[in-house]
Design a protein around this ligand. Structure first.
Ligand code: NAP
Length: 246
């Protein structure tokens, strides 16, 4: 149970982030639901949590922006009282073959996916260090573990998340803070819905369990890593991918 704990989940208006926010709230945590686009979906997540008897707030912030993330973390602490769990989930894709990839598409993906996680860790760890406890969970990807043709920018950002996770785990362990990464395989969200049916079928063939995962599969692992029972796990990359990257 996460009663009395507070969590900030980035990119929690839909997909995997939404499932993680709902799950942490169901375990008793008060949750800050971050989004960057329109407020509607994030506010729907907040309502769903409140209707189930939980506590949540929505915060608009572009995680790629250093000072916006500083303000988001401060607002979370001000409104929820403390910060125990940070889930760096916000992410985007801008796929294309390396030979044709624009500088802008490379930078945008690195800025959101990798620098965004750094920004949030940088500001959240200040509070966690003072509390002498905390849980940081970074969402990487099977693409960061294995690489993926057409995703040089995305794979680099997700492999970068793994290095960031291990370095942060080493730096913050003496303050009682654990840092781990989850590496989802192909999960049913808007991000994978955009793939052509032919590609979905080819990918499914490569998955030993022969199906895409659900956002709840990732939320289950995030909830476990947030629990006291997971206090001796740090610096790890847990693949949740139907066996794809084994
Ligand atoms: P999604 O459905 O497209 O949702 C992405 C979320 O990120 C949205 O809530 C979006 O909010 C938010 N976001 C995007 N840019 C942001 C920014 N600059 N600042 C703050 N929030 C931002 O994606 P998903 O499939 O759930 O993926 C979630 C995470 O899992 C990503 O890091 C992704 O790389 C990773 N992942 C997904 C899969 C998969 O198969 N789906 C596999 C491996 C890893 P707004 O709409 O409000 O901007």
């Amino acid at each position: 149970m996460l009663n009395g704990k507070t969590a900030l989940v980035t990119g929690a208006s839909k997909g995997i982030g939404r499932a993680i926010a709902l799950r942490l709230a169901a375990e008793g945590a008060a949750v800050a639901v971050n989004y960057n686009g329109s407020a509607e979906k994030a506010e729907a997540v907040v309502r769903e949590i409140e209707e189930a008897g939980g506590k949540a707030i929505a915060i608009k912030c572009n995680v790629a922006d250093f000072s916006e993330t500083e303000a988001m973390v401060a607002e979370t602490v001000e409104k929820l009282g403390r910060l125990d769990i940070l889930v760096n989930n916000a992410g985007i894709t801008k796929d294309g073959l390396l030979m044709r990839m624009s500088e802008e598409d490379f930078e945008k993906v690195i800025d959101t996916n990798l620098k965004g996680a750094f920004n949030c860790i940088r500001h959240a760890s200040k509070y966690m260090i003072k509390q002498r406890c905390g849980r940081i969970i970074n969402i990487s990807s099977v693409s960061g573990v294995m690489g993926n043709a057409g995703q040089a920018n995305y794979s680099a950002s997700k492999a970068g998340i793994i290095g960031l996770t291990k370095s942060a785990a080493r730096e913050l362990s003496s303050r009682g803070i654990t840092v781990n990464a989850l590496a989802p395989g192909f999960i049913e969200t808007d991000m994978t819905d955009a793939l052509a049916d032919k590609i979905k079928a080819a990918v499914t063939e490569q998955i030993p369990l022969k199906r895409f995962g659900k956002p709840e599969d990732i939320a289950n692992a995030a909830a476990f890593l947030s629990e006291d029972a997971a206090g001796y796990i740090t610096g790890q990359v847990i693949c949740i991918d139907g066996g794809m990257a084994m």
